[in-house]
Design a protein around this ligand. Sequence first.
Ligand code: CP
Ligand code: NVA
Length: 309
Amino acid sequence: MQHFLSIADFSATELWQFLHKAKELKDEFKTTGHNQPLLKGKTLGMVFQKPSLRTRVSFEVGMLHLGGHALYLSPNEIGLGGRESVPDVARVLSGYVDGIMARVFSHSHILQLAEHSSVPVINGLSDYDHPCQALADVFTIWEHFGRVEGLKLAYVGDGNNVATSLVTIMAKLGGHFSIATPPGYELPASVLADARQLAEETRVTITATHDPAVAVAGADVIYTDVWTSMGQEKETRERLKVFPPYQVNSRLVAQAGSQAVVMHCLPAHRGEEITDEVADGAQSLLFPQAENRLHAQKGILALLLSLSI
Ligand code: CP
Ligand code: NVA
């Protein structure tokens, strides 16, 4: 049995297996209007401690397209770690469903679910990382440029969960990565150190700066995310003072050049980390990227839950 907890847990070969399966299932769906029922009769329990549009809908629809069924378990329903302990939730759900997808506040809850579950657990975002997002993002980059290797992704904004998964997947797959954050909002030092170690093998550069212009120079992809993540709402006012120089606007995008694309995991706070002009502009990949959550997740679900692959 295999879980999908963090990008760091997988080799480049394994990550490419997910990406190729995603492409195969996307091509099949786009050509025929449906997928083979690889997950017929299978169920996925989706545990949410936080809100979601993309993760919830794409997993639910992905299961449906593959012939299975998904159950949405809302923040109020389960009371993960409150009404019932995390290990007990894992043990009970394992008796009902074939896989568990969870979106949690504390990453330790993802690890606990995996430890006590007898079915695969998928991390649908924690305070530490967002691996499903990163897989869909490199799928989108691969689709657009025909490769990931040798490209440069510049991340501008908060050194958060999304940035953590992105630096790891770029380092693993041989893409350069640069990040510009305000002082005090850098990637965790251990994440950066691990990525730099991976980058020695793949011979790519990982740079961290406080200057957005430095980060985006020569970039193929400019990526941003909200300045205040779910669970940090109390810091909103403080963050709004610090982050404005890190806005992805037309001026910053122009510094990378017209070949560069712009990505954002969404939801976006338009007018804060990204302007309308950029989000809706010719270089934006925001909505193909959001759609690809569906296809990437099908790749994950098929490889984790299907016995016939
Ligand atoms: N990008 C992403 O995970 O979106 P949701 O929070 O809407 O699921
Ligand atoms: N960093 C954001 C991503 C949302 C998909 C958050 O954690 O809220």
